[in-house]
Design a protein. Structure first.
Ligand SMILES: [Zn+2]
Length: 257
């Protein structure tokens, strides 16, 4: 009998690793991190960072079915300022880097479902590098009222490796470029290379440069009100993941180790 128990446990272990249903359901502000919306071969290095438009739409439907309220950065800013509550089960959709497929594939779906999003731009790549959006496309998204933008540095710098004056230049100059092009304050910052891109030395400089929110790639769901003691956590739906994974992501903040 005991052997049967052990055998069942051993069989359950891989499933517990893959789908972390055993983690407690978390309440708070759910932030999802995406990069590309498009089609890509599984062998491509960008595959984990690419969700197909079809799967993304299924994910939007799942969020709706489970009572999540997609909100924008403006609502988060207002709530943080006034100490107000957020709507029930708030979710913020974020997209890193400013890839052209965000305009081509994501933007039509945001309009179709009337869902807001935040895109973090590498300002020197916009209108310059192949595969990235133009400032005109960025402005079209902004004018829809559905998309807001944050900074992801000038050129995707690994800030942790830089001297302080260069870190501040990356933070301040990219903020200024965003504001010059878009005419609104740029208050959100997202670290390139996630947790490998910043450290205790970098984070205070983000706030010194005038940002109010910093987003990392640490997985989880954020307690609200957010006190700013830690970076904002983001759940990371990867390319090729199932909808079961997505359900675990949106309720637990992570699906796998
Ligand atoms: Zn990035």
């Amino acid at each position: 009998m005991i052997w049967l128990g052990i055998a069942i446990l051993l069989l359950l272990l891989p499933a517990a690793w893959r789908w972390q249903f055993w983690r407690p359901v978390r309440k708070g502000l759910l932030v999802l991190m995406y990069h590309h919306i498009g089609h890509i071969a599984p062998a491509d290095g960008q595959f984990p960072f690419t969700v197909t438009p079809e799967r993304f739409e299924e994910q939007l439907q799942m969020l709706k079915k489970h009572g999540f309220t997609p909100i924008g950065l403006d609502e988060i800013q207002a709530a943080a300022r006034t100490g107000q509550k957020l709507p029930p089960k708030p979710v913020l959709l974020t997209f890193d880097d400013g890839h052209a497929d965000n305009y081509e594939n994501l933007f039509p779906l945001l309009k179709k479902h009337n869902v807001k999003a935040v895109i973090f731009l590498i300002t020197r790549y916009i209108g310059q590098e192949k595969g990235y959006m133009s400032w005109d496309q960025v402005r079209q998204m902004q004018q829809s009222g559905l998309v807001q933008f944050g900074s992801h540095t000038l050129d995707h710098a690994r800030l942790r490796k830089l001297p302080q004056d260069e870190i501040l230049r990356q933070l301040i100059q990219s903020k200024k470029e965003m504001e010059d092009h878009l005419g609104v304050p740029c208050l959100a910052f997202c670290y390139p290379f996630g947790s490998g891109g910043f450290d205790k030395r970098v984070r205070p400089l983000v706030f010194r440069a005038g940002y109010q929110f910093d987003f990392s790639t640490k997985p989880g769901i954020n307690p609200w009100p957010w006190k700013g003691k830690k970076t904002l956590l983001r759940a990371f739906p990867r390319g090729g993941e199932t909808l079961t994974d997505f359900y675990v992501q949106i309720t637990r903040g992570k699906s796998k180790f």
